[in-house]
Write a protein of this length. Structure first.
Length: 220
């Protein structure tokens, strides 16, 4: 889903960049308010894992492949705004150092893979976790959220391609959603596997998110 340079028209990538800049700016301020210094290494390790995982493609069918986005994984551990900041960092490094995603399309990729994927997936994860307040409920929410985040991000890409005049919206949505419905299964499985492991080795991370939420309420 990394959009290269030259695919989007100027109005699309410029407007995407403006939206992403505003959202990432707020994410940075929010993270600075709630994150403690001792949790910075966790953010670094998670960013490195997502960066490496996005470089590994897994086969689907018909010669297609997918890779982890990591939006729900990051949001479940660090919260959605910090996840947006983390994923933006990963996407920026990929674009400038590895040519994975265009420079002019960076704002669009951030909007798709960091903002839309994070908030669509985290909303579902949080809703399922509230309705099913247990470890299994959180993992079920993580799977559902990760799958939906993949579809939401792919749908946003389809809209951008259509607005840029490259392909009719219906055709773009059909192609993107069909393949990413399968890719989302891999996203969900990886997300659940990592969160289940983290719950075993670092159960304090769940408490970290609760502490951050309480501090934010106090700050407001």
């Amino acid at each position: 889903m990394h959009i290269p340079d030259g695919l989007l028209d100027p109005k699309t990538w410029a407007s995407s960049a403006a939206i992403s800049t505003a959202a990432v700016g707020y994410a940075a301020r929010h993270t600075a308010r709630v994150m403690e210094e001792r949790h910075v290494p966790t953010m670094g390790v998670l960013a490195a894992f997502i960066f490496a995982a996005q470089m590994v493609n897994f086969p689907i069918i018909g010669g297609t492949s997918g890779h982890l986005v990591g939006a729900v994984l990051a949001a479940a551990i660090l919260g959605p705004w910090t996840a947006i900041l983390l994923l933006t960092t990963v996407l920026t490094v990929q674009a400038f150092l590895f040519g994975d995603g265009g420079i002019t399309a960076l704002g669009a990729n951030v909007l798709n893979l960091a903002i839309v994927a994070t908030w669509s997936g985290y909303g579902i994860y949080a809703a399922v976790s509230r309705l099913w307040p247990s470890a299994r409920g959180r993992l079920a929410g993580a799977f559902a959220g990760a799958w939906c985040s993949t579809l939401a991000a792919s749908a946003t890409v389809a809209v951008m391609l259509a607005v840029s005049g490259l392909v009719p919206l219906g055709l773009a949505l059909g192609a993107m959603l069909t393949w990413h419905a399968l890719i989302g299964l891999g996203e969900g499985a990886i997300t659940v596997a990592v969160l289940a492991y983290v719950a075993q080795v670092r159960p304090d991370l769940a408490g970290f998110r609760m502490v951050r939420a309480a501090r934010l309420e106090e700050a407001n």
